[in-house]
Write a protein that binds this ligand. Structure first.
Ligand SMILES: Nc1nc2c(ncn2[C@@H]2O[C@H](COP(=O)(O)OP(=O)(O)OP(=O)(O)O)[C@@H](O)[C@H]2O)c(=O)[nH]1
Ligand SMILES: [Mg+2]
Length: 460
């Protein structure tokens, strides 16, 4: 992608609004704006004061027709979002006004920006590292206060500092190893192998603790994914409706009512949740139902938490057994529904599945027990935060690099203890450093950038 031309785009959403902002970035940003913007402060002859707002109007240079009254801001490189010369023009928010304005700027010689290209330039000019770029996308997409908070922390460089700190420590270990390699024959003594080994182990543990924050980080960024599972007719769809407080899913007394998966969003306190209702699990289903059950399995596999629904008012059967097998050891919250009806079996029937977990009695019909369920969901969602980790890994990309770095350090530590040479250990330390560096974008592949910037809209 060309990076030395001047780009322009509408930075605000298209359509009618209070204002619309057009952003121009690149060497010629001011030159292109000069022919269009007129105010008491004559920018055709003078450089406008940086980061100060000027009031004036935009005129079509060919007809001299006034297009809009605007506010004009000039950012001189490198003190701008992209690190390049930037002009921002805020006009009245209207579809035609902003289209005409943009058209005039493009006619001066600017090129229409690609999605995310402004942020991409900020990255290329070192204004943001890759974790901060991702944080910009997360900030824009934040659907809850917690997601916003985490994105801001990351944008402010909290994760970058932690990662840079890891890099510094790895570099120090590397230096020790190099010194031992280079000067070993001169009889000089350095830090002992034990001490270096200990440092490697501590770094590995620190990285693992970041890796394990991903579970929580993902919930913060994307919301908690919950799958409602149970045999047919236990009241899964009724429970979805109760959680949503509206009649969203079809509920009937006929087992096998739900065929397709249904995904809905709810909020428990400040937790953003995606709940999926799907077909009841049972043996020997019909063809359509069979497909539905496959979707149930997918929903279960993708969930962070399964709400496992039993109905003790019906007899306990092989489908309840099937359910317990399907759920296995997944994180779950076990529910005994229809508490308003007479119970046919006792909770001890499922003791081997519960393994000490206390099931929650609810009634999707009367609403009994629903506050307990909300509380349990909330506690599950925030449990990692109470453990005190303040920085969370929110992206799989980060998790994967950290995981691989930790694996490399693990190998280095084992080799250290088995008496292997410093050269060999240095190879693994190097590998760990490459992975950690990749998180910040110190080394990257173009297609990775395309993927990351592809998340952005035009104008960002
Ligand atoms: N008394 C009582 N009836 C309930 C309760 N929850 C659900 N039901 C009834 O149980 C029947 C089945 O409810 P659904 O919500 O359709 O059950 P489901 O698990 O989604 O069933 P499938 O979609 O067939 O797998 C309906 O007649 C509901 O009205 C409850 O808490 N108490
Ligand atoms: Mg249903």
């Amino acid at each position: 992608m060309e990076t030395n031309d001047t780009i322009a785009a509408l930075a605000t959403p298209p359509g009618e609004g209070g204002i619309s902002v057009i952003r121009i970035s690149g060497e010629n940003a001011l030159t292109f704006a000069r022919g269009l913007f007129h105010s008491i402060f004559d920018i055709s002859k003078n450089i406008p004061p940086a980061q100060k707002v000027l009031f004036g109007e935009i005129r079509d240079p060919e007809s001299n027709r006034v297009i809009d009254e605007v506010l004009f801001t000039w950012f001189k490189k490198p003190n701008s979002y992209t690190g390049e010369n930037v002009v921002e023009i805020s006009g009245h928010g209207g579809t035609q006004v902003s289209a005409t304005l943009l058209e005039l700027i493009l006619r001066q010689g600017a090129r229409l920006a690609e999605p995310g290209e402004f942020t991409r330039r900020a990255f290329i000019h070192g204004r943001l590292d890759l974790t901060q770029v991702e944080a910009v996308a997360d900030l824009i997409g934040a659907a809850s206060d917690r997601a916003l908070n985490s994105a801001v922390l990351q944008l402010k460089g909290a994760l970058s500092r932690r990662i840079n700190n890891l890099l510094d420590q790895l570099l120090a270990v590397q230096a020790q190893l190099e010194a031992a390699i280079d000067f070993s024959e001169e009889g000089l003594t350095f830090q002992s192998r034990e001490t270096t080994g200990q440092q490697i182990k501590e770094l590995k543990n620190e990285i693992f603790s970041l890796v394990s924050s991903f579970h929580q980080g993902k919930i913060i960024r994307e919301g908690l994914r919950i799958a409602l599972v149970g045999k047919p007719n236990v009241g899964k769809s009724s429970l979805l409706n109760a959680l949503l407080q509206e009649d969203r899913a079809i509920v009937t007394s006929i087992p096998g009512t739900t065929r397709d998966t249904l995904e809905e969003r709810i909020r428990v306190k400040d937790i953003h949740i995606v709940v999926t209702d799907s077909a009841g699990l049972r043996d020997n289903p019909e063809i359509v139902e069979e497909q539905g059950i496959q979707r149930t399995r997918n929903a279960l596999a993708q969930s962070d938490l399964a709400l496992v629904v039993f109905d003790p008012s019906q007899s306990f059967d092989g489908n309840d057994e099937l359910l317990m097998n399907e759920v296995g050891d997944r994180p779950r919250c076990t529910l005994l529904n229809k508490s308003d009806l007479e119970q046919k079996w006792e909770k001890k029937k499922i003791d081997k599945f519960l393994k000490g977990e206390k099931p929650i009695s609810i009634s999707a019909k009367t609403g009994a027990g629903m506050p307990d369920l909300s509380e349990a969901i909330y506690n599950f969602a925030v449990k990692g935060e109470q453990a005190g980790e303040s920085i969370f890994i929110t992206r799989e990309r980060h998790r994967d690099h950290l995981q691989q770095a930790a694996t490399a350090l693990d190998a280095a530590y084992t080799n250290m203890n088995s008496g292997y040479s410093e050269e060999l250990i240095a190879v693994d330390i190097n590998l760990a450093m490459e992975h950690i560096g990749s998180i910040l974008g110190k080394t990257f592949a173009e297609d990775l950038l395309d993927k990351i910037f592809g998340e952005f809209c035009i104008g960002k």
